[in-house]
Design a binder for this molecule. Structure first.
Ligand SMILES: *[C@@H]1O[C@H](CO)[C@@H](O)[C@H](O)[C@H]1NC(C)=O
Ligand SMILES: *[C@@H]1O[C@H](CO)[C@@H](O)[C@H](O)[C@H]1NC(C)=O
Ligand SMILES: *[C@@H]1O[C@H](CO)[C@@H](O)[C@H](O)[C@H]1NC(C)=O
Ligand SMILES: *[C@@H]1O[C@H](CO)[C@@H](O)[C@H](O)[C@H]1NC(C)=O
Ligand SMILES: *[C@@H]1O[C@H](CO)[C@@H](O)[C@H](O)[C@H]1NC(C)=O
Ligand SMILES: *[C@@H]1O[C@H](CO)[C@@H](O)[C@H](O)[C@H]1NC(C)=O
Ligand SMILES: *[C@@H]1O[C@H](CO)[C@@H](O)[C@H](O)[C@H]1NC(C)=O
Length: 547
């Protein structure tokens, strides 16, 4: 009887709160606050994603697949785990990859009922900005905006990460220009869609050579382009370390004048086992809590990399030693911070942009905003387009055609170091290839040798160009015939399309415009990489074509 009553009450409570709303978290200065009562919000977070290996890959993707388990789409799993999250006083989970085509109502509602907010990464394995061959294009724009659309309506969505450890050492800092373009465009998209204010941040690794430049770069310049918060993946407190030994003291000093919230986006070094999480006292204590907004422990699930707090087997959850240590650490902290009403931010200046030089290679001039309409218009207006080109063939063909003629590829190149981008740098590779093939074809036509110039050994064919009118004509003329102009019109599409085809996994692409050749995007082979790779192929390829 007692049991029945309790169950009935629980059921009723669940029903009544089925449309659970929490008080949204807002940002003021360098802190988070509950919107209504202005109490400062400190993240007590747990990374929550199964099979996510913490280095941008999933267990699934090591086998060549880009599959991942959406942690917010399985309501039974969420309900199984939330009581454990609550034992850890969790108020935030970080999820690394959600599937925007799935329904998240049940998990998001159950989390809201438990007072738990969500920070979601926008990328997914196979759909992210690649550090060694970066691009910010229509496919990725479609992916990122569809995640924003999927999450924006929940009051317990705290914000998004536009990237995780993309530039991770001094050899790949140019990739940050592309990630910052993603930050800029997602901020603009959230405004354009009239969503409530939702922050867009970045999660960095802790590389001594680049960490300060990275933090400055993403924060510098116009606020429409800069991050709303900064996440730090930091593993420098191992075992029984200390504020000074871990370097937390220096990090705290570095961020003491940062003008947006900063928190640990991953922490929990595991080189000493079990993890006693003594850093929790430092992070939420008097020295750090004025600067840091808490942190996210990596991670809930025990996996091969041995960072788990619990091990899960079907419906059963077993807490590990680390869970108990973390639980008692978190039970004893209580930072109060300041109330929003009595808080006047003192650090209002953005950081200065790092200068491009030997230790920093990302220009403050960012890549163009993906504009699917422009790319579609351009492609339809071409006379020569790719035909039946295989995935492998795309790179080859770029290598060949970009080496032919003058400025054939200027409109599609992107160099984050020089800050020079073609207007079509954000189009998908198939469209870019068309642009280049067509340029070569046109050059040959004017030279009077056009007859066979749109063949490329059977990899290209002529099509009847659609003469651009209206918006198409405006966009294309802004881009200019060489594609080196600046397009100022914003993308008009909603951007919401579920998954793009950036993974090369043959997934459906929203850009299935008539006449588009159907090969999928080799996300890992960027244009410039292909060009340099094929420096040799160019010679033989050119000979072949010009025969
Ligand atoms: C402010 O609101 C939050 C969430 O509703 C709550 O957890 C917190 O205790 C409130 N602060 C105060 C001082 O009551
Ligand atoms: C978001 O919520 C508003 C108001 O409740 C509703 O009109 C709209 O359809 C929702 N959008 C999505 C994408 O769920
Ligand atoms: C950066 O990423 C590469 C893989 O692209 C990896 O081999 C390297 O270890 C990473 N470096 C750091 C410092 O994490
Ligand atoms: C830096 O990252 C690149 C990948 O971008 C990787 O190939 C290289 O090994 C890394 N270097 C170091 C010193 O970690
Ligand atoms: C990611 O981590 C897993 C497990 O630690 C490892 O097997 C895999 O090679 C790593 N992948 C990369 C790209 O570093
Ligand atoms: C397309 O290319 C493949 C090999 O790359 C070839 O087997 C096939 O016959 C071609 N299809 C057409 C329609 O040309
Ligand atoms: C970008 O330009 C710089 C300077 O001209 C050059 O060194 C670098 O290789 C270029 N980057 C790419 C990815 O082509």
């Amino acid at each position: 009887m007692k049991g029945f009553t309790a169950a009935a009450l629980a059921g009723a409570a669940l029903f009544l709160t089925a449309k659970a709303d929490v008080d949204p978290i807002v940002i003021k200065g360098s802190k988070f606050f509950y919107q209504t009562n202005g109490t400062q919000f400190y993240i007590r977070g747990i990374a929550y994603q199964q099979d996510y290996l913490g280095n941008g890959t999933t267990a699934g993707s090591s086998g060549g697949s880009n599959s991942y388990v959406d942690p917010l789409a399985d309501s039974a799993a969420c309900k199984r785990d939330i009581p454990y999250l609550q034992q850890l006083r969790t108020n935030t989970v970080r999820v690394y990859a959600i599937d925007p085509t799935k329904n998240h109502d049940a998990c998001m509602t159950a989390l809201a009922d438990a007072g738990i907010y969500v920070i979601a990464d926008l990328s997914a394995p196979g759909q992210s900005i690649i550090r060694d061959s970066p691009s910010w294009n229509d496919d990725l724009y479609g992916r990122y905006t569809s995640v924003v659309d999927a999450m924006a309506n929940y009051t317990n969505t705290l914000g998004f990460f536009a990237g995780n450890e993309v530039s991770n050492n001094s050899t790949n800092t140019d990739a940050s220009a592309f990630v910052k373009a993603a930050v800029r465009d997602m901020k603009a998209y959230i405004k354009q869609k009239n969503y409530r204010p939702l922050g867009v941040g970045y999660a960095t690794n802790d590389d001594a050579d680049i960490r300060e430049n990275l933090a400055n770069y993403f924060d510098c310049g116009q606020s429409s382009q800069s991050i709303d918060f900064w996440g730090y993946n930091i593993y420098s407190w191992c075992g029984d370390s200390s504020y000074t030994e871990s370097g937390y003291d220096v990090r705290t000093k570095e961020f003491s004048t940062y003008n947006v919230p900063v928190f640990f986006a991953e922490y929990g070094c595991n080189t000493v086992q079990p993890r006693k999480f003594t850093e929790v006292q430092a992070l939420y204590g008097d020295q750090m809590s004025p600067v840091w907004s808490g942190g996210i422990v990596y991670m809930y699930f025990q996996e091969a990399n041995n960072y788990g707090l619990v091990s899960v087997d079907g419906n059963s959850v077993s807490t590990l030693d680390d869970f108990n240590y973390l639980s008692s650490q978190l039970a004893s902290i209580d930072p109060t911070g300041v109330n929003s009403a009595s808080y006047t931010p003192t650090n209002t200046a953005a950081a200065a942009c790092p200068t491009v030089g030997s230790d920093w290679q990302a220009s403050s001039n960012l890549p163009p905003t993906p504009n699917e309409q422009l790319c579609d218009c351009m492609f339809k207006a071409l006379s020569c387009v790719p035909d039946n080109v295989s995935n492998d063939g795309v790179g080859d063909l770029f290598g060949v055609v970009c080496g032919l003629g003058q400025g054939t590829c200027a409109g599609i190149t992107a160099n984050g170091t020089e800050g020079v981008y073609g207007a079509y740098a954000m189009c998908n590779p198939s469209q870019q290839l068309g642009f280049a093939l067509n340029n070569y074809y046109q050059q040959q036509l004017s030279a009077g040798s056009g007859a066979s110039a749109c063949d490329f050994s059977g990899s290209a064919k002529t099509q009847s160009p659609v003469n651009p009118t209206g918006t198409c004509s405006k966009l294309i003329s802004q881009a200019g015939s060489a594609g080196t102009g600046t397009v100022t019109s914003q993308p008009s599409g909603t951007g919401s399309s579920g998954s793009g085809s950036g993974s090369g996994s043959g997934g459906s692409s929203k850009s299935s415009s008539a006449g588009m050749p159907s090969f999928s995007t080799p996300a890992h082979v960027g244009l410039l990489q292909a060009v340099s790779f094929l420096a040799v192929a160019f010679v033989s390829g050119a000979g072949m074509i010009l025969l």
